[in-house]
Each structure stands twice: as structure tokens, then as C-alpha cells.
Design a protein around this ligand. Sequence first.
Ligand code: IPM
Ligand code: MG
Length: 347
Amino acid sequence: MHRIAVIPGDGIGPEVIEQGLRALSEVSRKFNLLLEFTQFPWGAEHYLKTGKPLPEDGLKQISDFEAVYVGAIGDPRVQTGVLERAIIGGLRWDLDLYVNLRPMKLYHEQHCPLKKIGPSDLDILVVRENTEDLYTGPSGFIKKYTEDEVAFGTAFYTRKGVERIIRYAFDQARKRRKKLTLCDKANAVQAHEIWRRVFSFVGQEYPDVTQETIYVDACAMALVRKPQQFDVIVTTNLFGDILTDLGSELCGGVGLAPSGNIHPGKFGFFEPIHGSAPKYAGKKKANPLGAILAGSMMLQYLGEEKGAQAIESAVTELLGTGKLKTLGTESEISTDQIGDLVLDALS
Ligand code: IPM
Ligand code: MG
């Protein structure tokens, strides 16, 4: 039995998670998986009622589960960043979920905004460091709200943090097309030298993996110009955030992209990479495929290979055969209808 916590969250979160749970229930019926879901109503409503995004011992409650499945967090009624940092940040940083796995996979050429790029050209796994960098470094304000105001944030990288994520990325590359690209900004950011040094140090253990380095600005360009050159990309927290929005758009849109936040052997948190998109909340315009694929990643993490594969195949059937032409919020097909199509493909 797998015990899974569910945080539907804000905006379009609940409606995409609903479809994700339908797909998960269908595969658990089909493959006799025992999945038990426990919902936690955290996010904006909880904050507006109690003054806290989640209860004091919330993260402790969550860490008693095997994994958590999250919709989206963020609401215009609450100051930007308060909910996101407490819930998404809290889970990632306090539970030390140091791997952020973000597959960027094109299922059909009609969904790619680039010319003459098909599924065999664009299948990239971004391995984003998830606990350090500008996100968690010392930051603050001096003389806030005065004309002498200073705002500061610090990017930092620990030897342990850099080494473990690079090692994880090499292991992933070994299971794929055996190429790993380190994306940094070592030509301008002095601290990034540690990434280069650790990359070549760890790289000695992986002579079978082709190793390249690229600066993040060139990487953004290369993703658009020649995505074929990438297999696995390992990068810093901030760069990984930005590059995966770009990469997911190349695959049909941010609504399609799943994400796993993992501490191998310890805990996993799975979510679509998109945000809460408040203006579409309740309109059933959001694409639930990112959430549904995040469910597949969660099953993979739980060791339920068959179930994971079934969901991925259902999405491949839906997208790969070109049945689903439009994917964005402009699409005529509703959130629930896309969920129905996935269920049809599953059965
Ligand atoms: C993401 C999001 C988060 C991030 C925000 C909501 C804190 O953009 O998961 O990509 O920056 O990591
Ligand atoms: Mg992001």
C-alpha cells in the first residue's frame, strides 16, 4: 500500500489534480495497486482563514507519507511568494528534496513552435538542483522603504549539494542516450567554478557518458536552435527554473510538463511545472496533462513501473497520434474532457 498526501492547492490546482487522481485511480484498478490518498486543503484559503499557508506541523505530517502530489500554489489575494515559499519551498528545502527532475519531451511535431522538429529531436531531461542557489541563500533588505534601500540575495553552492546532483544526473544519462551537459554561467559568476570542477571530477567515474558544458545564455539559444544536441542537462536551481519553462513551451506548452522533487530513497513530491494561473481558475481551461504525467512520475518513484508506463503510454497515444491538436488555454477541449480522453486511452 502506498500512502500519498495530496495538496490540490490554489487556482487551477484542484481541477488538474482531480484529473490526475482519476488517471491514478484507473491504473490502480487495472494493475491492482493499493494507493491511499489523503487530502490537505493548504494554500490561499487556509492562509486567509488562519493566517498560515499550512499548519505549524504541516511538513512533519506530510513527511509521514511516501510521497505528495501537488496541484499548484499561489493566489493574487496573498502577497506574492508567501504561499509559494511556505508550501513549495518548505517541501523542497526542509525535506531536502535536492533533485528536481523535469523531462522535456515532444510527443508530436504539431505541438512544437519550432520548424521541422519532431519527437526524435526533442527528448531532454533537465536535472535541476533544488535546494540551494539564490532561492535559499541569505537575503534581505536594509533601510527598507527609504531612498537608501538595499535589497540583497546570495547564490551559494555547497560541495555536497553540487556533487550529489551531478552524480544523480550522470546516473540518469547512463540510462538514456549517455550524454550530460552542465549548464552554468562560469564565465561571469565566479562561484560557478565549483560546478565545473565537480563536474569533471565526478565525470571521471562516467567515461561512457559524453560530457559537455555550456553557459546558460548559450543554452537558451541552443534549446531553440538545435534541441537535438541535448540529452540530460544538469543545472543550478534558478537556471533550471527558467530553462524548463522555455523547454516545456517547445514541447507544446507549460501545461504539459510534469516535475518531480525527490530525495532518492526518502521522499518525493510531484507536481506539474505550471503555476496556479488564477485567471483560469474554475474555467476548466487548464490542460491537466502536466498533472497527469506528474502522477506517472510519482508511480515510477514508488516503484510501480507498469502503472507509470500505462499513463505515459496513454498520453503518448493521445498526443503522439495527433488526436489532440491544441493544448493551451485557447483549446476548445476542457480540462475534464482531456481527462476523459486519457481514461479512454488507459482502458
Ligand atoms: C517552479 C516554480 C517555483 C520555482 C516557484 C513557484 C517558487 O516556478 O517550480 O518552477 O521557482 O521553482
Ligand atoms: Mg518555474
